[in-house]
Design a protein. Structure first.
Length: 138
């Protein structure tokens, strides 16, 4: 949940208040992204469910997305939303064809190439379904 921070024009100019304001805005933005990315993709497909009824999914991220996720939530919070594992898009990974995957990556050549590389082999499904989200590009 985001909190609105109100500052006066002189308060915004002071270094400490300006950094605090930016941090609150950044955290709200990250929370909103995670709300749409993790929770938003949960109801779109039927995925593997654990006994409690949570749909298990894989979160595949690049370096920037990992920093964003780490800044706004803890692993137990991610697990509570049905994310069973968080993996690096640039590293070699084992296929998990029974699970859905959520890719949260930066729209760079390296990250997009890694995403496309996951689907080079048409005879081997990497994941059941894939949801791709891009962070803001530079």
């Amino acid at each position: 949940m985001c909190v609105s921070v109100r500052t006066t024009p002189t308060g915004v100019r002071s270094g400490r208040k300006k950094r605090r304001y930016k941090l609150v805005c950044y955290c709200c933005l990250i929370a909103e992204i995670m709300n749409e990315v993790i929770r938003g993709s949960a109801g779109q497909t039927k995925a593997s469910k654990k006994p409690g009824g949570v749909e298990w999914r894989v979160l595949v991220v690049d370096n920037l997305a990992m920093r964003m996720v780490s800044a706004c939530c803890k692993m137990h919070e991610i697990s509570a939303e049905g994310i069973t594992i968080v993996e690096d898009v640039h590293k070699k990974r084992e296929p998990l064809p029974t699970l859905d995957a959520i890719y949260l990556i930066t729209p760079t050549q390296k990250s997009v190439n890694s995403l496309m590389g996951d689907f080079d082999n048409l005879n081997r499904a990497m994941y059941r379904n894939v949801h791709v989200f891009f962070t803001e590009g530079k």
